[in-house]
Design a protein around this ligand. Structure first.
Ligand code: NAP
Length: 252
């Protein structure tokens, strides 16, 4: 069965792979055999050091993902480096916090642009590349507990992550028959830059911890197995699914 999780010879495009969850996912995919095209604003030096330790190649494709401009160039760039792409992980994300009464259009657009718009159009660019060559591929969207729940003070984040789960299902419906798997991982509460403000707030931190059956925040490496599964042949018949990796949060 181990070969079912083998990614040798695959090329994974991972957005936001310089830090946090994207970094852990890129490293897990490399350890399973994939080369990594890391897409983002910041040179992913630490990630590539780990990718090299796993015996794989990493290439940086510099891009700001705050809108849909130039996303074809990202796919073309990865293909220039590696000759093909096989996997896309839409991980880059951002968050803005404010009361709904005061929430600004700028904070709405900034989050929707990165978390939803660029994820959709990068998926489209990858799928166009695969469909034109009559080959399959796999897309993993990084959703959230706020794909299921409302949250507070994070209107655009909740809208974007609920939308991301919606388009995961839509794209699975449209592309499953073309051999393209589109699925999502819904991380629970993980210790990264994204949640620094929450962890620093003693009251919120205690409330969150008390609700997690596993009794701890997730660490980025907790996501590796789920990412390798959804990237590998083991998930060939899995379409439009969302895999929570949440220490039991949603079961509570
Ligand atoms: P993080 O440490 O803040 O990392 C976010 C990543 O997104 C960074 O690589 C960042 O690049 C990139 N990014 C943000 N805006 C970008 C832009 N305009 N263009 C290109 N890249 C951009 O957060 P994280 O926790 O690892 O989050 C990764 C994903 O998991 C996000 O989609 C987040 O919503 C999701 N998530 C996180 C949690 C959690 O508990 N941490 C839970 C559920 C879902 P820079 O370093 O250049 O800013």
């Amino acid at each position: 069965m181990t070969h079912a999780f083998d990614l040798s010879g695959r090329v994974a495009l991972v957005t936001g792979a310089n830090t946090g969850l994207g970094q852990a996912i890129a490293i897990a995919l490399a350890e399973a055999g994939a080369d990594i095209a890391a897409v983002g604003r910041t040179q992913p030096a630490d990630t590539f050091a780990a990718v090299r330790r796993a015996g794989r190649r990493g290439e940086w494709i510099e891009a700001n993902l705050d809108n849909a401009t130039g996303l074809d160039r990202i796919v073309a760039g990865a293909v220039d480096h590696f000759g093909a792409i096989d996997l896309l992980v839409n991980n880059a994300g951002t968050i803005r916090r404010n009361d709904a009464l005061d929430f600004s259009e700028e904070d709405w657009d900034a989050v929707m642009g990165v978390n939803l718009k660029s994820a959709f159009f990068l998926s489209q660019a990858a799928a166009r590349w695969w469909v034109a060559r009559q080959r399959g591929g796999k897309i993993i969207n990084i959703a959230s507990m706020l794909s299921f729940q409302g949250g507070v003070r994070v209107a655009s984040y909740t809208a974007s992550k609920s939308g991301l789960l919606g388009i995961t299902r839509l794209l699975a419906n449209e592309w499953a028959a073309r051999g393209i798997n589109v699925n999502a991982i819904a991380p629970g509460y993980f210790a990264t830059n994204n949640t620094q403000a929450l962890r620093a707030d003693e009251t919120r931190n205690a409330a969150i911890l008390a609700r997690i059956p596993a009794g701890r925040w997730g660490v980025p490496s907790d996501l590796g197995g789920a990412a390798v599964f959804l990237a590998s042949p083991a998930s060939d018949y899995v379409h439009g699914a969302v895999l929570p990796v949440d220490g039991g949060w949603l079961a509570r």
